[in-house]
Design a binder for this molecule. Sequence first.
Ligand code: FMN
Length: 194
Amino acid sequence: MNEMIEKIITRHAIRKFQDRQVEESKLEQILQAGLYAPSAGNNQYSRIVVCQDKEVNLRLGRLNRSMDMVQTADPEKIRPVSAEQPSIRDDLSIKDAFYGAPTVLTIFVRDGYYAHEDVAFMAENMWLAAHFLGLGACYIGRAEKTFDTDYGRELRQKWGVPEDMTPVGHLLLGYREGPKPLDKPRKEGRIIRA
Ligand SMILES: Cc1cc2nc3c(=O)[nH]c(=O)nc-3n(C[C@H](O)[C@H](O)[C@H](O)COP(=O)(O)O)c2cc1C
């Protein structure tokens, strides 16, 4: 198999992080990979906020966690996400939706033209770049809800994010704690050849 494709296939969602910050040189490469993601009409509307402030990340992660309604619906019906790297869906005792990641990226985008697709491409570029550089990463949703709070509004103002931009998601970055998660088999029948 092609080396790059093999790398893509071995990417995982990482949810346990060492207490070790991402080196600036690696972070810079990851951000570049994000900036070079495609964007609809080459609008380049997205913005990435890099936060390495432990206190802010913890507060935001807890706020994000409190926005997660899935578990409260019917915990019995929720299928486990990962045995080795439990997600907030699997383990109700996890109160920080950012899992203590030392670097948290928040992706904002100007609403409108394929905005969410732009963010998804950007996040995946950076997720893969992190993996290529030996780092762990995980995408976290619910950013819009998290920022629709007093603290969220205060923070985006402090960060100087333009008012017409919407926070869509977060990408956690850091060094993985513990063994590599097992590969998650992909469901059969997802390719339909016409
Ligand atoms: C749009 C999106 C939202 C996600 N939100 C979360 C999240 O809030 N918390 C989390 O722990 N993982 C989140 N994930 C990671 C998925 O759970 C993970 O990608 C999935 O379990 C497959 O595992 P893999 O990435 O290791 O292949 C999200 C992934 C995507 C694409």
